[in-house]
Structure formats: structure tokens, C-alpha cells
Write a new protein. Structure first.
Length: 94
């Protein structure tokens, strides 16, 4: 299985596939995938809410600093993702 984990697609192959494409995105998620995504979002929200309530009761001002640091990391990750996505102008490129 490690072979599938590290596989890559050549940029030239991705651009060749997109030459005859008229726009839009292909539907790849089934109803089961969407239900599982919704369940994951609900469970994840519950975990974050409980963590936030515990932090509000037991944490001090360092909580604000940790949120600022994590926000900065999220901004930098978003900029990296945008840079990669702009290098290959095909939908789903990254």
C-alpha cells in the first residue's frame, strides 16, 4: 500500500486532461459521503465546543495568545495552498 500513498500526477498529464474541458466540476461525492461529512462536522463541532468551555473555565490569558498563533498558522497554510493552486490552473489541482 505505500505505493498508493506517495503517488503523484504529472502536471503535463493534468493539463492534457483539462484541454477539452468546458468548465464546471465533476460530482464525485455520493449521498453516503455527504452524510459522513455531516456527521463528522457535528462531532467535530461538539469537540471544539466542549474544549472551548473547558478553556474558558480553567485557562488564563495564554488562551488568547494560542488562538492568535493558530490563526497565523491558518493564514500561512491558506497562502501556501493558494500558491500551489495558482501554479496548476486545473480544478482540483492541489
Amino acid at each position: 500500500m505505500p505505493n498508493r500513498l506517495f503517488r503523484k500526477k504529472n502536471i503535463s498529464d493534468a493539463l492534457k486532461e483539462s484541454e477539452g474541458f468546458n468548465g464546471g466540476l465533476k460530482r464525485t461525492l455520493s449521498a453516503t459521503n455527504l452524510v459522513m461529512l455531516g456527521i463528522g462536522a457535528i462531532v467535530g463541532t461538539g469537540i471544539f465546543v466542549i474544549t472551548g468551555q473547558a478553556a474558558a473555565d480553567y485557562a488564563g490569558p495564554s488562551l488568547t495568545i494560542s488562538f492568535l498563533i493558530s490563526a497565523l498558522c491558518c493564514v500561512l497554510a491558506g497562502l501556501c495552498y493558494a500558491e500551489f493552486a495558482s501554479m496548476i490552473p486545473v480544478s482540483g489541482s492541489v
